[in-house]
Design a protein around this ligand. Structure first.
Ligand SMILES: Cc1ncc(C[n+]2csc(CCOP(=O)(O)OP(=O)(O)O)c2C)c(N)n1
Length: 622
């Protein structure tokens, strides 16, 4: 029996002898590579936290003590050590979630995969326990240097530091990377802490980086160098955190299990909040990950474990269409700038960044900052394109509303991974963006149905100088172009029996156009007269769409957004406001948190398939 097979929970781990820990770490790494290469998942981050997670579970006693993983993508080792060894269905329907999941285990507390929340959760849990007199229960938050760039983390630190009796340990898992290397002043500060020679390193950094800054660079370095003494204070190991009032321990080698245990025991014994700075290596122990420059296998699809190469060859993606169009636009217009929130490669801005580095901003995991900074860039005379995953727009709603829209800022927001994303589960589906965008005055939103339309929509969006525009498209491979048979004003007609009245006007929103076309074929075969249209720009609702509605007995809007407040309800409102009584039916996602599964499975369960739409339309017509 392997050591790993003997671990049914944290108590079994605690019972191991010190000399068994390194072999267990090796077994865990072999297990992760073998299993995750079969299913896909967050391989690099988990390979980096093997010893750290072991040490946490040996020093603390979950579930009496609570362990909160920021973002949660690095919780595979925690799953293994808390009795979950069946990874065969990881991230697939019915299998293990790729994040902590309360349904799976009493050891899992925070399921949300949106970054930078762990410290607020931990503060609440720890403070809640103290209020109830449970001062012997500890709370541990594990947060990456990437997640630590998010504003919420700093709001929490500010509060935690002032709550000096909290039995709370903040473990900073510093691997110097988000996907790509972490950027910003904080990342630079962590770098100085990483070594006891931080001061010298900071000076080296100054020599190479600051002196490269044109004009002022050399002079600035000389000045910094001249104020050596002051500088030493700034970069002394505890620096920033102790100034906030937090006890700082570290840096600790995150692959030296006994060293982490020792630091954590010290932190545990300290009566008050402590920050333990642990240095880890993403992808540790798996060369293909460690050597991967792009993201050290932050997340992989199915790969060959021997070669680290993908086994599924992906076709041209929606992201590729955006990526190319951005470079084209960047070459045409030097006022167009790009912003990413720590996801340069995933959102397709790498090529733009390589061509126009001075016009690209990686702001860290800081979507709120990204949107308000975009308003500022717009005010300064530029046109920013903020590219984020649709689910993360939720974070920046107020900034979209108040900073961009209220100020009539010409800002383009590009939402990748809109609609059902699949294996990342409830918190990653991009299913709220059209609802929240729909209440923003003046906002334009395009949902392109194919690659050509992505390019067209992006060009149109960057031409809007006095309002925010949103362009949303899904994850995955872009299909063949869908050509319009004619246009009615701004609306593309994709299929119709003739130009006369019809039984039903099917409105396909974005990638749902393909679904509506297949549904229409089924209905046509039964003698139902169907017109399929795509407005492309779905917000605000086009008056041409309202006109088209009056030539149908019913309207059916199909969208991969939550049905509440989605485009269907906006169309219904517009049709009613125009004095028409044509019924408008909405086909969208239910207002529920949708589990992980393949995109097809989730859409199937939501009745967003051609068969289900056709059946429902048929029933409503009779
Ligand atoms: C609000 C938000 N924005 C973006 C992301 C996408 N994302 C997932 S993990 C990650 C990087 C996290 O880096 P870090 O916290 O250092 O953890 P590591 O993977 O390096 O261990 C990002 C940007 C997210 N989960 N949440």
């Amino acid at each position: 029996m392997s050591l790993l097979e003997r671990i049914g929970g944290p108590d079994d781990l605690k019972a191991l002898r010190p000399d068994q820990l390194a072999p267990l770490a090796d077994e865990i790494r072999r297990f992760l590579v073998e299993e995750v290469s079969r299913t896909g998942g967050h391989l690099g981050p988990n390979l980096g936290v093997v010893e750290l997670t072991m040490a946490i579970h040996r020093v603390f006693s979950s579930p009496d003590d609570t362990v909160v993983f920021d973002t949660g993508h690095q919780s595979y080792v925690h799953k293994l050590l808390t009795g979950r060894r069946n990874f065969s269905g990881l991230r697939t329907q019915g299998g293990l979630s790729g994040y902590p999941s309360r349904a799976e285990s009493q050891h899992d507390v925070v399921e949300n995969s949106h970054a930078s929340t762990s410290l607020s959760w931990a503060h609440g849990i720890a403070a809640g326990r103290v209020v109830q007199g449970q001062t012997d229960r500890h709370t541990v938050a594990v947060i990456g240097d990437g997640a630590l760039t998010g504003g919420m983390a700093w709001e929490a630190l500010n509060n935690i530091a002032a709550d000096s009796d909290l039995p709370l340990v903040v473990v900073v898992n510093d691997n110097e990377r988000s996907y790509a290397p972490t950027r910003g002043g904080l990342a630079d500060h962590l770098a100085t802490l990483r070594t006891t020679r931080g001061y010298e390193r900071f000076l080296d950094w100054g020599k190479t980086t600051v002196s490269r800054t044109p004009v002022v660079g050399g002079a600035m370095y000389e000045t910094l160098h001249g104020v050596k003494k002051g500088l030493k204070d700034i970069v002394a190991p505890q620096g920033l955190f102790e100034d906030l009032g937090l006890k700082y321990l570290g840096p600790v080698d995150g692959h030296d299990e006994p060293a982490i245990e020792a630091a954590l025991r010290k932190a545990r014994a300290f009566r008050g909040p402590v920050l333990v700075h642990v240095i880890t290596q993403k992808g540790r122990g798996y060369d293909h990950a460690v050597n991967d420059e792009g993201d050290q296998f932050h997340a992989v699809g199915v790969i060959n474990p021997e070669t680290g190469l993908p086994l599924e060859i992906a076709g041209r993606s929606w992201t590729d269409e955006f990526s190319e169009a951005m470079v084209e636009i960047g070459a045409e217009r030097d006022d167009v700038v790009a912003i990413t929130a720590a996801m340069m490669i995933p959102v397709g801005l790498k090529d733009f960044c390589e061509r126009f580095p001075e016009r690209t901003f990686d702001v860290g995991i800081a979507e709120q900052h990204a949107l308000t900074m975009a308003a500022g860039l717009s005010y300064a005379g530029l046109h920013p394109v903020v590219a984020v995953y649709a689910t993360f727009l939720n974070r920046a709603f107020d900034q979209l509303l108040m900073d961009c829209a209220l100020h009539r800022a010409g800002v383009t927001v590009v939402l990748d991974r809109s609609g059902i994303t699949g294996p990342d589960g409830a918190s990653h589906h991009g299913m709220w963006d059209m609802t929240i965008s729909g209440v923003v005055p003046g906002l334009h939103l395009a949902a392109p149905r194919d690659g050509h339309q992505v390019v067209r929509a992006l060009h149109a969006a960057v031409a809007v100088a006095d309002a925010p525009s949103v362009v949303r498209f899904p994850k995955g491979t872009v299909g063949d172009p869908i050509t319009a048979v004619r246009t009615v004003g701004a609306v593309d007609v994709l299929a119709e029996p003739d130009a006369g009245d019809v039984d039903v006007l099917l409105v396909g929103v974005g990638s749902m156009a393909a679904t509506t076309l297949t549904a229409a074929e089924k209905l046509e075969a039964e003698g139902v007269r169907v017109r399929v249209v795509d407005p492309v720009w779905v917000l605000p609702v086009s008056p041409d769409l309202v006109t088209l509605a009056s030539s149908a007995r019913r309207v059916a809007v199909v969208e991969d957004n939550v049905v509440v407040g989605g485009i269907g309800s906006q169309v219904a409102l517009a049709v009613r406001d125009a004095g028409s009584d044509v019924p408008v039916d909405s086909y969208g996602l239910p207002k529920r948190f949708l589990e992980h599964g393949s995109r097809g499975q989730v859409l199937d369960a939501a009745d967003l398939t051609p068969d289900a739409v056709a059946a429902s339309v048929r029933a409503r017509l009779t």
